[in-house]
Design a protein around this ligand. Structure first.
Ligand SMILES: [Zn+2]
Length: 506
């Protein structure tokens, strides 16, 4: 088990020029499962999310809508915040990058530290710029002349800007990533970053003219004619979200980040630019960059033109947040692309959540309610019951180490196996037959089973928080922490709450 008292993780800070899609929901759920797990370990968790508002795309989107950029950002940030809340992202700070008081002092300090290291210089240049990515591309990176993320022709931009000496950090970055001092998960993404670094790192522009930025963004300290590169400012959120520049005590407590959760499309910014900025500023590096894939819908890439954009709000409205969380955590590979299908979500709700978890909880609760008036009987587990409990403890150990390795999907699958094992135990013990020979005959297996239900509620808490809370309520106990797994803590005389159906069949 990881022994630390603080744990700091982040989602990527999404652009708010368009509405959130299920890719954002996936990232929120993955990040949240890690956060909740660490809270259950007893760690003091900070989770920063927010809105990247200083992008030129927001200026364009606001122009198209005929409202001010500030208005657009405020409206759209609110929608992201609502999604975070509806899907259960247990964030501690939601940081909006256009809010001067909380964000700008920290990013200005970061700029000043880079300048102090001698890593910033002015240069005139011409480049190919994709506004969608907010990034320059080399011609060699655009095999068909279009941005691979946006399928659009980049603009030709000619300006005098400030540059960052990324080239200076090539060797250091290579070695930090190679040795996993800066861990990039999964291995395929680590290799992708290493090969990008080995191909040669070029210095890059970290500002643009006020005119090109249309006056929107964080000005360069000491040069009002330039606006800071939006990625420099957005990445800075990971610092300012925990008080960098505004609350030193808080910042010192949580930095460095333990995990940055990101999508594969922004790997370079997080695994190359970001650690280089931090090295230059003399700040500690994050420990792990967790890279998830993209979601297709019924096998197709989501796009406005196909009309298959799935709205996460309507899914939550229709099915509740836990079935959607379960889909993301059990069906989408943690570190690779996955597919979304509403039909499969319904099947998984019925055949996995209701048939496995719902069944175990309900049959155990109902049996104890009907036969023992909801009061846990006095019982001593026999050898065969202890053998079962030992194998379930081994299963708990396995789930714990999978979570420590951030293997969310495998952990979720093993929680389902834990629940299936308990269902099989119920079936094998045949308490409905034993009860005919007397209440004391069926008591040991029921005593074991109700404690299995309690363990299941703990195991599910990072993944399906509402389900977990409902099980604890039915058990008539307070929510418990990870340390209490495997302990027979629901004892003789305890009175259960009322049995409730956990998952409706759809
Ligand atoms: Zn692009």
């Amino acid at each position: 088990m990881i022994e630390i008292s603080k744990f700091y993780l982040t989602t990527a800070i999404p652009y708010v020029n368009a509405a959130p899609h299920i890719g954002h929901a996936l990232e929120f759920v993955q990040t949240d499962a890690i956060a909740r797990y660490h809270r259950l370990l007893g760690n003091d968790v900070a989770l920063v999310t927010g809105a990247d508002e200083n992008s030129l795309k927001n200026v364009h989107a606001a122009e198209a809508k005929g409202i001010s950029t500030a208005q657009l950002c405020e409206q759209n940030a609110e929608i992201f915040k609502q999604l975070a809340e509806k899907i259960g992202l247990s964030y501690t700070d939601f940081l909006r990058t256009s809010i001067k008081e909380s964000h700008w002092p920290g990013v200005n300090r970061l700029w000043e530290l880079l300048a102090k290291s001698g890593d910033i210089y002015k240069k005139k240049y011409t480049g190919l710029y994709c506004v969608g990515c907010e990034s320059f591309y080399e011609e060699s990176e655009l095999p068909e002349g279009v941005c691979p993320e946006h399928n659009k022709k980049p603009e030709i931009v000619e300006e005098e800007n400030y540059f960052f000496k990324l080239s200076r950090y090539q060797d250091e970055l290579e070695s930090l990533i190679e040795t996993n001092e800066l861990q990039v998960l999964p291995e395929t993404r680590k290799n992708e970053v290493l090969s990008f670094i080995r191909s040669g790192l070029q210095d890059f522009s970290i500002s643009r003219s006020v005119a090109r930025a249309k006056g929107w963004g964080v000005p360069v300290p000491g040069d009002e004619s330039q606006i800071q590169y939006v990625w420099l400012d957005a990445l800075g959120t990971y610092l300012t979200g925990i008080g960098y520049g505004t609350n030193e005590e808080k910042f010192k407590k949580y930095w460095p980040a333990d995990v940055h959760v990101i999508g594969k499309g922004i790997l370079r910014f997080h695994a190359v630019y970001w650690p280089a900025f931090l090295l230059s500023a003399g700040l500690a590096l994050p420990k792990t960059i967790f890279v998830h894939g993209y979601i297709t819908v019924e096998g197709q890439k989501m796009s406005k033109s196909i009309g298959n954009i799935v709205d996460p709000f309507s899914l939550i409205e229709k099915y509740g947040s836990d079935p959607l969380r379960y889909y993301f955590l059990s069906e989408v590979p943690t570190f690779a692309d996955g597919d979304f299908s509403e039909k499969l979500l319904i099947e998984k709700n019925n055949n996995e959540l209701a048939a496995n978890i719902g069944n175990l909880v309900n049959r155990t609760m109902v049996f104890l309610t009907n036969n023992y008036a909801g009061e846990i009987p006095k019982a001593e587990p026999s050898d065969s019951e202890n053998t079962f409990l030992d194998s379930q403890k081994a299963q708990i150990e396995k789930i714990t180490s999978l979570l420590d390795e951030l293997k969310l999907k495998e952990a979720m699958e093993n929680i389902m196996a834990f629940s299936s094992n308990a269902n099989k135990f119920f079936q094998d013990q045949e308490p409905w037959k034993k009860i005919k020979e007397g209440k004391e005959k069926a008591a040991p297996s029921l005593y074991v089973l109700i404690n299995q239900v309690k363990d299941l509620a703990i195991l599910l808490a990072p993944f399906l928080p509402n389900t977990s809370a409902s099980i604890f309520k039915q058990l008539g106990t307070e929510p418990q922490i990870w340390e209490e797994l495997g302990i027979l803590s629901i004892n003789a005389g305890h009175r259960l709450g009322k049995p409730e159906i956990l998952f409706k069949k759809l």
